[in-house]
Design a protein around this ligand. Structure first.
Ligand SMILES: [Zn+2]
Length: 217
């Protein structure tokens, strides 16, 4: 009986290890391909809803190996795992209003990259973002809202009057670009992972109506 139990443990461990390796070995490009395919399914209402079984919950009980980080807005219309048609343990989500950067966000990305082996980070703004709209309207109703607005203001200053896009859309996109660039600049460890270990950080924009994620680089 004891031998049988040990064999069972060995099989479980091997299975979990192979799953972990399989995901850990995903390059940034492979991870991006999975996200793009999932988003296409979402746009066309042909979702597979992967990794949402009881077995998946069991697999993840003592470990996680997500293959992508998505930094995005807290907006209820922008849930990354639904938009990319992924499931439990697939996407490491970091969210706040306006997808702004602070030490907590940087630390969270660093954890996912260094300790969970993620090679792809997406910074995703979205259509009609309330936090960016508040920045355009210069809303400073409390020190906490001001903190968000102040973080988005640099993107507002990037607006080009000759742009074909309206100021809100342009600022949301510039904010995603600004956050992606600053994430790279702010963290030496992430910088090293980009130069030497295949990490990619990409800005993106989510269209609320079509469900499409537009990659900005
Ligand atoms: Zn938003």
């Amino acid at each position: 009986m004891k031998k049988l139990f040990l064999l069972f443990c060995f099989i479980c461990f091997s299975f979990n290890s192979s799953l972990a390796n399989e995901v850990k070995n995903l390059s940034a490009d492979e991870a991006l391909k999975i996200l793009k395919e999932g988003n296409l399914r979402f746009q066309n209402m042909k979702e597979k809803h992967p990794d949402q079984t009881k077995e998946r919950r069991k697999e993840l009980q003592n470990m996680q190996h997500p293959f992508a980080v998505v930094i995005t807005c807290s907006d209820s219309r922008v849930p990354p795992s639904l938009i990319f048609d992924q499931g439990l343990g697939d996407i490491f989500e970091i969210r706040n209003a306006g997808n702004v950067l602070d030490n907590h966000v940087i630390g969270s990305v660093e954890y996912a990259v260094v300790h969970l082996g993620v090679k792809l980070v997406i910074v995703m703004g979205h259509e009609n973002c309330g936090a960016v709209t508040a920045t355009l309207n210069d809303v400073h109703e409390s020190k906490f809202i001001s903190s968000l607005i102040n973080s988005i203001e640099p993107a507002l200053k990037m607006y080009d009057e000759n742009s074909n896009e309206d100021k809100l859309t342009s600022t949301v996109k510039n904010n995603a670009l600004y956050v992606a660039n600053n994430l790279i600049k702010s963290d030496k460890i992430l910088n090293d992972y980009i130069k030497n270990k295949g990490l990619k950080i990409l800005p993106a924009y989510y269209h609320l109506d079509s469900g499409k994620v537009e990659f900005l680089k």
